[in-house]
Design a protein around this ligand. Structure first.
Ligand code: AMP
Length: 582
């Protein structure tokens, strides 16, 4: 392994990073720093967050900045405001010994006036989100004709967030002489397009495999029924009393629901999602960073740019639609030389996805059993004992109370006393988990795919029946409806049972295990610009044929109602059907 000295960095920079406690370069730094100091070639680096990539580009750029000139010499583009602030903070900490050096951060959702003023007073590096950066270039407040370096950090995330056009515009308006440095955790086609269009003979640097996860992260999965996801999450949290992690959900609604349940069940958790104001987001992130929160329930988008090094766990409450996002999620733990665990809670049909993930990352995913009550209680008990052993005793504060306390407990033996103290906390878990069921899917539960559809249907309990407000008048027939369902379920192979198409609405059956997934997949869905409503229907009544032929109250009601959203919701209440909570 090389040292920072050997990479050719200036003494002022070496001094600053020594003060930060950086002893040796990380693998990405070992490769990128000399490449940037000794060559003017463009560079593509495949690297996750947490690998030290900010220093990998930041240190050699600062090394080559002319401090005498107060014009922009490097532009760093990144996907989020949080990452923007983090990179700026890092660059400032690398340059504490460089006189005259200034970095300005520009990002949306914040006053442009301050950013205009900062830019006007001059700086050598600008770190920005693409939208705000382009805005400032158009206003001629940010001049990038002098830049020597253009960094695209988390390029794949910038494209995922829809910044492609902004990036194209910025790249086109920058000078040809610049060196482009592209950092990305994954290499989708669009990134390759950018590289081809805007980079010349780029040197490709990769630490680890393409799309691979970080090395010090272990991957574990738990297979449960869809409806037991939340219970499994709680057990995972309970068996890891010192957990400090992010729980990733697929939608804002799911994020809110899971966080609300955790809070009301007494966990130290909160939600981070796009419906929060910037101030609320900052507050939640602040609490999480300072470890006042143990579990942060978040969507992928909301958690972008959240830079926390000591996460013990990342929990995939639901797998992301795009499996590459898993690499980003799991890369949030196991950072800066620490180890971490990435947990997936899946149902039996998702085993295929585990195989895909194994292939994509080249990592082993270990199947784990959801812990039972005994295991959890044991873990909690010994955690409590550890706490007793290691607690700091504030003698000065409690001294005056001790004589009375000793007197009061005098009649108890040492053993009795210990038992009582332990029970104060422990009883809660023992009573909760007393009759806790086994959440692991049994062989029969998970391997019933060999059943024929008819066998499953006849069993009567395997399918759930759903109502959908699309029918013949919407040009829907059985095959268009099945196609529509499959499209919205985005590759989740859920067995469809009986389908009944009527004039204005239809019924279809789907594997009961996936009730929640089906309802969630059609939230905010539309069909030919019509808002689609799907809800759980009561089981098919005996004499279903009669139901089809003779309009019931339910059909009458639906047919007569206006189609406003509000009235449909009223309708749902009247039907007594369970709709997915908003
Ligand atoms: P990054 O991937 O840039 O987000 O960096 C992840 C974390 O690793 C940051 O907190 C850095 O301060 C830290 N870090 C970066 N390089 C080193 C290094 N060479 N030695 C120790 N820590 C580092």
């Amino acid at each position: 392994m090389s040292t920072f000295k050997e990479t050719g960095l200036l003494p002022e920079i070496l001094e600053a990073i020594e003060a930060l406690g950086f002893e040796n370069p990380t693998p990405i730094q070992e490769k990128v720093i000399p490449a940037l100091i000794n060559s003017t070639s463009d560079l593509i680096a495949l690297a996750q967050t947490g690998t030290g990539k900010t220093a990998a580009f930041g240190l050699p750029i600062i090394n080559q900045i002319d401090m005498q000139i107060r014009e922009v010499q490097a532009l760093v583009l990144c996907p989020t405001r949080e990452l923007c602030m983090q990179i700026t903070k890092d660059l400032e900490s690398f340059s504490t010994k460089m006189r005259g050096f200034k970095t300005v951060a520009v990002y949306g959702g914040s006053s442009i006036t301050t950013q205009l003023r900062d830019l006007k007073s001059g700086c050598q590096i600008v770190v920005g989100t693409p939208g705000r950066t382009l805005d400032l270039i158009k206003r001629k407040a940010l001049k990038i004709n002098t830049i020597k370096f253009l960094v695209l950090d988390e390029a794949d995330e910038m494209l995922n967030m829809g910044f492609q056009e902004d990036l194209d515009a910025i790249l086109q308006s920058s000078p040809d002489t610049k060196q482009v440095l592209l950092f990305s955790a994954t290499m989708p086609k669009e990134i390759q397009r950018i590289a081809k269009k805007y980079m010349k003979d780029a040197v490709e640097i990769s630490v680890g495999k393409r799309n691979a996860g970080a090395d010090n992260v272990s991957h574990e999965y738990f297979t449960v029924n869809g409806r037991d996801r939340y219970a499994a999450l709680k057990r995972i949290a309970d068996v890891n009393p010192n957990i400090y992690g992010i729980v990733f959900c697929r939608t804002r609604m799911e994020t809110k629901e899971v966080a609300d349940k955790l809070i009301s069940d007494g966990y130290n958790a909160d939600a981070l999602h796009g419906d929060l104001s910037q101030a609320q987001r900052d507050q939640v992130m602040g609490r999480f960073r300072s470890k006042n929160l143990q579990l942060l329930v978040a969507t992928d988008v909301a958690a972008r740019g959240l830079d926390v090094n000591e996460l013990t766990h990342v929990i995939n409450y639901n797998l992301p639609d795009d499996l590459e996002a898993y690499v980003h999620r799991s890369g949030r733990t196991g950072r800066a030389g620490k180890t971490g665990v990435s947990i997936l809670i899946i149902h039996s049909r998702e085993s295929k996805k585990i195989k895909e993930l194994q292939q994509m990352t080249g990592k082993t995913f270990t199947k784990k059993m959801v812990p039972g009550g005994k295991e959890i209680c044991e873990k909690q008990l010994f955690n409590l004992i550890d706490k007793f052993e290691n607690i700091d005793i504030n003698d000065a504060q409690i001294e005056s109370f001790m004589p009375d306390i000793y007197k009061k407990l005098d009649w108890l033996s040492r053993e009795d006393l210990i038992k009582r103290i332990v029970s104060v906390e422990f009883n809660r878990f023992v009573s909760y988990y007393q009759d806790a069921p086994d959440l692991n899917l049994t062989r029969t539960e998970s391997s019933d795919s060999s059943d024929s559809r008819e066998q499953r249907r006849q069993r009567g309990t395997t399918f759930s029946r759903f109502f959908i407000n699309l029918g013949l008048r919407d040009n829907v027939n059985v095959s268009t409806l099945i196609g529509y369902l499959n499209r919205n379920l985005k590759g989740q192979k859920i067995e469809i049972g009986k389908v009944e198409i009527m004039k204005k609405f239809s019924f279809f059956e789907m594997d009961k295990i996936y009730e929640d997934e089906v309802l969630a997949a059609f939230k905010n869905a539309d069909f030919d610009d019509k808002e689609v409503v799907i809800e759980l229907s009561k089981p098919e009544p005996v004499g279903a044929k009669k139901f089809q032929d003779e309009p019931t109250d339910r059909r009458k009601r639906y047919n007569n109602e206006s189609s406003s959203k509000e009235s449909r919701f009223k309708d749902k209440k009247k039907f007594g059907a369970r709709s997915y909570r908003n």
